[in-house]
Design a protein around this ligand. Structure first.
Ligand SMILES: Cc1cc2nc3c(=O)[nH]c(=O)nc-3n(C[C@H](O)[C@H](O)[C@H](O)COP(=O)(O)OP(=O)(O)OC[C@H]3O[C@@H](n4cnc5c(N)ncnc54)[C@H](O)[C@@H]3O)c2cc1C
Length: 314
């Protein structure tokens, strides 16, 4: 008998690490993401001839599984070294996600709103009702690979209690993207200023494989972002213009200016477990498990997939 397919909700690095491990073990997987692209917070925005990695800036590698993945990404031209032991996706931060997803059934623009289980297995729904999938039946297990605040209503819709989801705490981040008509002399590739609003500034073009114009990404500090969270995005650039001027960046000279609100950006308090599992066949993973880094998200997804495989082998 063929094992039932596994549904993965979330095509960030955690969901795709899980999907890849399951697919490589011969399981059929379908990945759903509400976004248009892959990678979640490993994101690249292209606009007006500029490219901005406006979410995760770089990743480090720990552990064998991610080490093997990095080797494959580098071989495929999907990752390169930026500085010291920090790597980036090439030509953008989404490239490792796309490499993991190669050959997988990924359904984008599908926001899962509910889960239910009956004797036949799991069904996922979006706003239009149950979502179809190629096996045209139900799923044997569901892996939630979304930020914990977004996993809470999904687990609740299935009647599954996962109280540890509420243990993780996220900080928000306002990201500012600035595209300049020419190079900014004197601006360093990476700046971590001693400022109450600005936490990080990076010249996107200093990353390997970019070659696009002078794209600057600015990340605001968690406390500042929290205080400004519900502001209109259009008001954010002006609020950051003074600290940026102090760093030699005149936002009025930029040809492209946009701000992006990351509501669940960086994990302040992780749940402290590699993943969560319910005997009904519901799993939850993501950066909120082990700490808010790409490598923690990868490890969590990889571990959750291992648990799905172990359960199937019982
Ligand atoms: C501004 C910023 C800077 C960062 N800098 C770094 C850094 O330099 N280094 C580093 O290691 N980490 C950094 N991080 C953190 C890193 O990006 C995350 O830890 C990691 O990418 C999280 O991966 P994930 O798969 O757990 O979650 P995500 O990447 O958030 O993926 C979750 C996916 O689930 C989808 N989704 C959510 N709800 C649903 C639903 N109901 N139905 C369908 N799909 C859904 C989302 O669209 C998303 O694609 C940064 C994050 C931000 C925001």
């Amino acid at each position: 008998m063929t094992a039932s397919p596994i549904a993965i909700v979330g095509a960030g690095i955690a969901g795709l690490a899980a999907a890849r491990r399951l697919a490589d073990a011969g399981r059929s997987v379908v990945v759903f993401d509400k976004g248009r692209g892959l990678g979640g917070r490993m994101a690249t925005r292209r606009a007006d001839g500029f490219a901005f990695d406006h979410g995760a800036q770089f990743f480090r590698v720990r552990g064998e599984a991610m080490g093997a993945a990095l080797s494959a990404w580098r071989e495929a031209g999907a990752a390169g070294a930026w500085f010291e032991d920090a790597f980036v996706g090439t030509p953008g931060m989404t490239a490792p996600a796309r490499a993991l997803a190669a050959g997988l059934d990924v359904r984008t623009e599908c926001a899962v709103t509910g889960l239910s289980k009956d004797g036949a297995g799991w069904t996922l729904s979006d706003a239009a009702g149950p979502v179809a999938h190629p096996a045209n039946g139900t799923f044997g297990a569901v892996v939630l690979a979304v930020p914990s605040p977004q996993a809470i209503p999904l687990a609740a819709s299935a009647g599954v209690a996962m109280p540890a989801l509420a243990d993780a705490v996220y900080a928000p981040c306002w990201a500012l993207m600035l595209g300049f008509p020419g190079p900014l002399p004197g601006v360093k590739d990476r700046i971590e200023p001693d400022d109450r609003a600005v936490a990080w500034v990076a010249r996107n073009a200093s990353k390997p494989g970019r070659g696009e114009g002078e794209s600057i990404v600015v990340h605001a500090r968690p406390d500042w972002s929290r205080a400004q969270l519900e502001r209109d995005a259009a008001t954010i650039p002006a609020l950051l213009s003074v600290p940026l001027a102090g760093l030699g960046i005149d936002i009025h000279a930029a040809r492209y200016v946009a701000a992006h609100r990351w509501r669940y950006a960086l994990v302040e308090t992780p749940a402290g477990t590699p993943f969560l599992a319910d005997p009904a066949g519901l799993y939850a993973c993501g950066d909120w498990c082990l700490g808010g880094r790409v490598e923690a998200a990868f490890d969590s997804g990889h571990a959750a997939a291992g648990a799905v495989l172990a359960e199937a082998a019982r």
